[in-house]
Write a protein that binds this ligand. Structure first.
Ligand code: NDP
Length: 490
């Protein structure tokens, strides 16, 4: 029997990087079956043994850093340095997840309250079994590892379906895991196109699906999961805003804005897409920004557009924005597939596609606002709510703006810095999805709370959960509850 295959291509050169099997529903079923057995073994190992294996895996990945960076560079087209940076970040998350799983998820006693004085209560977070991870191509190590590392640390087995654009790196991540955990296929990769991911989401033995990609596909995956009541964590796109307040360090703000928008050719879910600058510093900020952008070049500072179809979306947004707005840098001619040079457009109407839809390209729209309050209102007037940035020298003011930003994460006086702090949860609201990866919340996302209450001794004269309960016991209960809760207290 011949196996169907597909090629992953270098988006910069069109060369074939690797050929991989198109694993259909049968192959996915088999992988999940193997994973279910592996999950029982891995889950039974306990936290200390898993910690040691995961730290070993971390060391293996670190020793293969150069090789992995090269592969990410070939499959995505991004500069090797950027690939290295994302893998280093993934390694720090793996380290954190391995070291904190026991503390966050391990068994602990919890208080029982006055009415439960005769009870002992314990809480722990147990693995879900097999977690299906469906990953994207833009950060093919960092993003899926945000689910994989936390799911493994929580005691689950993982079946990972990498994007069809970056299958090689997905397969390699799983292969290297087997060096640290050779006994069982605790972490497997299955390759193929959308149908492979669909088969994974539809398998009833999957305990949870961790999806990263577009909002539209997240809805399809969620519909498939609904059949089996499989829970899902959905990390979808964003339309992140960058607010520059009147007292901001404008040189730093412009530098950060440019990197946040253009690095990785703008193919970053938490990349800067909309910039709101208060009137008082608008001209000065734009001078800083336009002075710097002339030095940023596609093909040198960032790579090509990884997904060929995305070029049309970027072009549509640029065409529309340049018709209704005022060009600062670039324009329709900046699109020279597979590369797109930086594009900055100002005064684009807030209801245009370039402001409302995720562009996923090296483009930004900039708008002058009366004050930071108006900037915040415009920032929040988006269906998305993933990340965002505030630049201000006044910490109190910046904190207030950040807290009121309707997103999962906000960086102050830096861009995307929250992604590098493993203790911080990562995820969105609205069309950006729900659930969290990273941090303690990310560990709990891949576990089920298990609550146990144990009676230590019978409560004299207070057996409330019995048909032998009489009026005197009820009377005692009313007196107790009135004493505890009946008074107005501060
Ligand atoms: P998709 O949402 O289509 O794909 C994401 C992942 O889901 C891929 O692994 C894909 O596999 C898989 N998939 C596709 N269809 C199904 C299905 N029916 N069931 C299960 N899994 C499926 O994103 P694209 O890569 O096509 O990018 C489209 C847009 O999504 C981008 O323009 C960007 O706006 C946004 N995006 C956002 C990302 C983020 O970080 N938040 C990351 C990537 C994209 P395959 O690749 O094999 O088709």
């Amino acid at each position: 029997m011949t196996t169907l295959t597909f090629d992953s291509l270098n988006p910069a050169t069109g060369e074939v990087v690797g050929t991989h099997p198109r694993q259909g529903p049968d192959a996915v079923r088999e992988a999940v079956g193997r994973a279910a057995e592996a999950a029982a073994w891995w889950g039974g190992l306990g936290h200390p043994a898993r910690r040691q294996r995961l730290l070993d895996y971390k060391a293996v990945l670190t020793r293969h850093l150069r090789e992995l960076s090269r592969l990410v560079h070939e499959e995505t087209g991004k500069p090797v340095g950027d690939a290295t940076l994302e893998i280093v970040l993934a390694i720090t998350h793996l380290d954190w997840a391995a070291r904190h799983a026991r503390k966050v998820l391990g068994r602990r006693r919890v208080g029982t309250g006055m009415v439960g004085l005769n009870l002992a209560a314990t809480l722990e977070y147990l693995p879900l079994g097999v977690v299906g991870v469906i990953g994207p191509w833009n950060y093919p190590v960092f993003t899926p590892m945000g689910s994989i590392a936390y799911a493994l640390a929580a005691g689950n087995a993982v079946v990972f379906k990498p994007s069809e654009l970056t299958p090689g790196i997905g397969v390699r991540l799983a292969e290297l895991f087997a060096e640290s955990v050779p006994e069982q296929p605790v972490f497997q990769a299955v390759t193929g196109l959308g149908e492979t991911g669909a088969a994974l989401a539809a398998d009833p033995r999957i305990g949870k699906v961790a999806f990263t990609g577009s909002t539209a596909t997240a809805k399809r995956v969620m519909a498939a999961c609904a059949e089996n009541l499989t829970p899902i964590v959905a990390e979808c796109g964003g339309k992140d805003a960058f607010i520059v307040d009147a007292d901001a360090d404008l040189a730093r703000a412009a530098d950060a804005c440019l990197w946040g928008a253009m690095s990785n050719a703008g193919q970053t879910c938490v990349g800067v897409e909309r910039v709101y600058v208060v009137d008082a510093v608008y001209e000065s900020f734009m001078r800083e920004l336009s002075g710097r952008v002339t030095k940023v070049r596609a093909g040198e500072d960032y790579g090509p557009i990884t997904m060929p179809g995305q070029v049309d979306i970027i072009k549509r947004h640029i065409d529309d924005a340049t018709k209704s707005g005022k060009i600062v840098t670039g324009g329709p001619g900046s699109v020279r597939a597979p590369y797109v040079e930086p594009v900055i457009v100002e005064d684009v109407p807030e209801d245009s596609p370039a402001v409302r839809e995720e562009t996923f390209g090296p483009t930004i729209t900039v708008r002058r606002t009366r004050d930071a309050q108006e900037a915040l209102e415009l920032a929040n007037a988006s269906a998305y709510g993933l990340g965002g940035t505030v630049f201000s020298r006044n910490t109190r003011r910046a904190m207030e703006l950040a807290r009121r930003m309707r997103t999962g994460m906000t960086a102050i006086n830096s861009v995307i810095s929250f992604a590098g702090v493993p203790a911080l949860p990562f995820g969105g609201v609205g069309d950006s999805g729900f659930g969290r990866i990273h941090g303690a919340d990310g560990l709990r996302e891949f576990a089920r709370p298990k609550a146990i209450s144990r009676q230590r001794f019978p409560m004299p004269g207070m057996n409330l959960t019995s048909f032998t309960r009489g009026p005197s016991e009820l009377e005692r209960l009313i007196r107790l509850v009135t004493f505890l809760h009946g008074r107005r207290k501060r």
